[in-house]
Design a binder for this molecule. Sequence first.
Ligand code: ZN
Length: 308
Amino acid sequence: MTAKTMPGLHHVTAISGPPQANVDFFTRLMGQRLVKKTVNFDDPGTYHLYYGNHTADPGTILTFFPFANAGPGRAGPGMASAYAYSLGSGVFDDWMGRMAEQAINVDGPTERFGQRVITVADPDGAPVELVEVEGDHGPDLDGFHSATLWLRDIGPTLRLMTDVMGYTEAGYETKKGEERTRLVAPGGARGAVIDLKRSDRPSTARQGAGSIHHIAFRALDDEDQLDWRERLLAAGMQVTPVIDRQYFNAIYFREPGGVLFEIATDPPGFTRDEPLAHLGEALKLPEKYEAYRKRIEQVLPPLKVRRA
Ligand code: ZN
C-alpha cells in the first residue's frame, strides 16, 4: 500500500459534570458555538453537546457527555490528557488578560516547542489549552491545535502513527519530569499536531467528569474511511465496523498505548438536520428515539444557551 496521511483531528469527546456549567463555560468564556444538542445514542437520558466554530467545521468540534452524577475523572497513561485550541498571536495577550479576569483557574503562559501556552480549567477542572500561533486567525479560538496522549511507553503509538497514519516526528522536549514527542500531520489542517507524553508522575487513568473519552481523526468521505479501516486492520488493530453517528460515520479502535481513537467522516456534517443559522437550538434525536421525545425531554435537565 502506498503511504497515506490523516489531515488531523475531527473532534474530541470528553465527559463533564452538570451540563449548564459546561454550556456557560464553552459558549461564553471560550466563545464557542453550541452547534448540536442531542443525546448520548447509547443512553438517551443524557445529553450529547457539540461545540465548534460558527460553521461547525471538522477540527473545531469538541463534544461532551454531561453526566449529572459523574465522579471525577483522572488523567493518566493510556488516555488523551489534554486538547489545545489555536489562538492567533495578535489576540493572545488579550485572551490572557480576559482569562486572568474571568476564569476560575488559569496557568501560564508556559512555553512548549517555542509557542506560548496558557491552560484554563473548565468547570470540571479539566485543562483547556490555548496555544499561540503565528498569523491572523481572527479574534476567536481557531479550532484545535493539538491533542496530548499520555502514554506509559510512547514507542508503539509512535510507530503506528508514523508508519500507518502518516504523521511525522517534529520535535522532542523534556521538562519537569515530562517528555513530549511532537507528531505533525502534513497539510496544515486544523488539529494536525499530536503530542505523545511520558511522565515520571505516577497516575492511574480513570474516566469521569473532566476526562477525555476519545479523540477522532478525519476521513474525507466513506471510501477514505473504509481504506483507513483496511490499513489499520492490516496493522493489527481491532477496528469496529462503521457506525452511523448521524453527523458522521465512525470507526473506533484502541491504539497500542490504550487511547481510544475514532476516525470520523467529514460528511454529512452538522447541517444535515438543521440550517446553519439555527445549529444547536433544537434538541435533535436520532430516528429511533423520536417516538420517546416527550419522555426524553422530561428527563433531560433544561439548558439555557446565552450568546457570548
Ligand atoms: Zn467521537
